[in-house]
Design a protein. Structure first.
Length: 717
């Protein structure tokens, strides 16, 4: 394993900074080359869908800048939250521009310096942003070759760029460095012919394993997160929070809080905050506020929400259909009907939502732990009424997001208070606030009707999702008569969720994969066919077939009908352009209902893998996180009152839970790279549930599979 070599740019933070225009920033970096590119569309280049709203900049010099010393500053609106793109994007830039990896410095998540970006989610950084960045680097390489041709008096076709040096292939001593070409110059050049990106066979860095470039900073504690920053005169803010999402403030008495030394109270409508230079005193002041509320609660809780959804006046949306369900039913020798209930889940990042805001003159700068710096900028422009160029968002390292740090409410709170007080303001949510204001993975119900013929071939598949997301709801198997439907809130009908919901790592693909793969296992068992054989028998997707065969080999799988008493499960699925298959072995204590996972194997096809070491870490992290939603994670609530407010009741995975984990990434160097941050989590619930069935004959239809639910399932065997 190689050591990390790419540089990490520290987020810019000064006590007197209004932010810098890109031109001023380039001056700060020292001379360098700025290249103006002919506009093109993402669709035109890569056959990818256009991003909603704004697109990546049409001026592709927004992606990179070459300094006088040869350092390549790589700009991206993406942020680093542990997924490793601070390393993998640098690898891609280094190979495309033909420079040493250690010469690439990442500048990330700064709205003043980086190209606009939709946000860091959906495993889109490598598969969507990466190609655009590579195209920019390829054009820059073409410009540099053209400049070198004029400098050396040698035709471009006779030149070769390597390690930041352009040399005459017939006379290697005749060369010029990128730094020599760019020193003290500002070059504006359009290329009429767009150069091709580098061929994968010429990659020096892509496809090889590197430790995360920020690894040392993080394990030594040197890495700075938003809450680590301090500015002169900075105030810590605590904000009065309602006891429930169904509560409305009716009266407030702040007199006791105002008596705490150095405390300033802000009260605007329902917004009440206390500020103090001492965080402890701010904490003391907020609990002194006396507030009264009125309540308008939804009549649901964690036990009744599922029936509430099924009884609601819903709007039916047929997402996909082929063949005829009734015809398929008639062709089936056996039919199956199942219902799966899925709870709300919290993101529970170790770093809570944090933001630091500073108003200097007429410019607001906000440092925030957010997955969407530009999204927060949009919200700040709207909330503050400032011009866009007067609002800058900088995202330092983020301590976990998993889809839950997109809205960035804390950034708006900090900015509003900074505007009102004229001082820098830090807002760091408590763990209680983190749980209360989470945008939870939505609860939902899935109902499946399916049937097989006497040969074990699936003849119909009727899949219905209620109030949950449809990502991962594709049938994936070869079924002649299939339909996928989504039941959602009818306009004017009752609201289904009593609090905010949103994306949770591989949003809803976990739910849909669980339901589909358990249903597949039910049919395989009824057919008396080995669950691997049954899947292969009903598949035409070669990528899925390769993954299933690959994981069987990795696992050392021996065929057998289920339940066989061995405790071995199988599950597979697709997400973010990646195909994934799992096998797991479990032991079940039939007395206590406790399930112990012994080992999990995972094989995935993600196209070209940029950094195998980083991708493997993501696979292992997905498997670990997946154990949480499988065994313990669910949000308890009563109406709009979140009952889980900390890790004392909401249990995330522990290291002691970890089984032996084996992973393999299929070699697909000639294919486009796909997402790697989420796919390996989608089938964990299903593979373990199927293993529990193989061990005991008990079916699990509701996650998490707590000991009590396992015992209840065992009673039905």
């Amino acid at each position: 394993m190689k050591k990390e070599t790419s540089k990490v740019a520290a987020p810019l933070l000064t006590s007197k900074s209004n932010g810098m225009p890109r031109r001023s920033f380039f001056k700060l970096l020292g001379g360098g080359i700025i290249i103006l590119f002919r506009p093109w569309s993402t669709i035109e280049l890569f056959g990818l869908p256009a991003q909603q709203g704004r697109n990546l900049p049409r001026d592709y010099n927004a992606f990179l800048q070459i300094a006088e010393d040869g350092t390549v500053n790589c700009f991206t609106g993406k942020i680093e939250m542990g997924q490793g793109i601070i390393t993998s994007l640098a690898q891609m830039m280094a190979d495309e521009l033909n420079v040493p990896l250690e010469k690439v410095k990442m500048v990330m998540g700064d709205t003043d310096l980086c190209p606009w970006d939709m946000g860091t989610w959906g495993s889109l950084s490598t598969r969507v942003f990466g190609p655009s960045m590579r195209a920019a680097a390829a054009e820059a390489r073409g410009v540099l070759l053209d400049l070198a041709s004029k400098e050396l008096g040698v035709p471009v076709t006779q030149l070769e760029a390597r390690e930041g040096i352009i040399a005459d292939t017939k006379n290697p001593n005749k060369s010029v460095t990128y730094a020599q070409l760019t020193k003290g110059k500002r070059i504006e050049k359009f290329l009429d012919v767009k150069p091709s990106v580098e061929d994968y066979t010429k990659f020096k860095y892509v496809g090889k394993s590197y430790n995360h470039a920020d690894g040392k900073l993080k394990v030594t504690g040197a890495a700075k997160y938003t809450g680590d920053y301090k500015l002169p005169g900075m105030l810590f803010a605590r904000i009065l929070r309602p006891p429930s999402h169904g509560a409305k403030l009716t009266s407030v008495d702040t007199s006791a809080a105002e008596k705490i030394a150095g405390t300033k109270v802000i009260h605007e409508g329902d917004f009440v905050a206390v500020l103090n230079e001492n965080r402890d005193l701010a904490d003391q002041a907020i609990v002194k506020i006396k507030a009264e509320y009125s309540f308008n609660e939804m009549p649901v809780n964690d036990k009744t929400i599922f029936d509430y959804m099924l009884k609601a006046d819903s709007k039916l949306n047929v997402l996909k259909t082929n063949g005829d369900i009734e015809a398929g039913r008639k062709l089936s020798d056996k039919t199956f009907e199942s219902r799966f209930d899925d709870p709300y889940l919290a993101h529970a990042p170790i770093e809570t939502h944090s933001a630091l805001a500073q108003l200097e003159g007429d410019k607001m700068t906000v440092w925030a732990s957010t997955q969407s710096p530009f999204g927060l900028q949009d919200n700040l422009v709207r909330e503050l009424g400032f011009p866009r160029e007067k609002v800058r968002v900088i995202t330092p390292f983020v301590g976990g997001g998993f889809g839950g740090k997109a809205p960035a409410q804390q950034g708006i709170e900090a900015a509003k208070l900074a505007k009102l007080t004229g001082k820098p303001v830090m807002v760091i949510w408590t763990r209680d606030e983190e749980f209360f204001y989470d945008t939870f993975h939505p609860a939902g119900v899935i109902k499946i009707n399916s049937g097989i013929d006497k040969n074990g071939l699936i003849k119909f598949w009727d899949y219905n999702v209620y109030y949950s997301g449809t990502r991962g709801s594709d049938t994936i198997y070869d079924v002649p008569n299939a339909k996928t439907s989504h039941f959602a809130n009818d306009r004017g009908g009752p609201e289904m969720h009593p609090f905010a919901t949103g994306a949770w790592r591989a949003p809803n693909a976990n739910t849909n994969t669980f339901a589909r793969e358990v249903q597949i296992d039910i049919m395989a068992s009824a057919a008396g066919i080995d669950p691997l054989e049954f899947r292969l028998k009903n598949l035409k997707d070669e990528k899925m077939i390769d993954c299933l065969k690959g994981v069987a080999k990795k696992f050392g799988y021996v065929a057998g009908k289920s339940p066989g008493g061995r405790g071995i499960g199988i599950a597979c699925g697709t997400d973010a352009g990646t195909w994934v298959a799992h096998m797991a072995e479990v032991r079940v204590d039939k007395t206590t209902g406790k399930v112990k996972v012994i080992r999990i194997a995972c094989v995935q096809d993600m196209g070209l893998c940029v950094n195998p070491e980083g991708a493997t870490i993501q696979m292992e992290g997905c498997i670990t996180m997946g154990l949480g939603y499988t065994f313990t994670e669910e949000v308890f609530f009563e109406g709009g009152n979140i009952l889980d407010r900390g890790f004392d009741t909401y249990q995330i995975p522990k290291f002691s839970w970890l089984p032996k984990i084996e992973t393999e990434i299929l070699e697909r160097k000639d294919k486009a790279p796909q997402g790697g941050g989420e796919p390996a989590i989608i089938a964990i619930g299903a593979v373990i549930a199927n293993a529990v069935f193989d061990a005991t004959g008990a079916r699990i239809f509701r996650l998490p599979m707590t000991p009590a639910r396992v015992l209840e399932a065992l009673k039905k065997v």
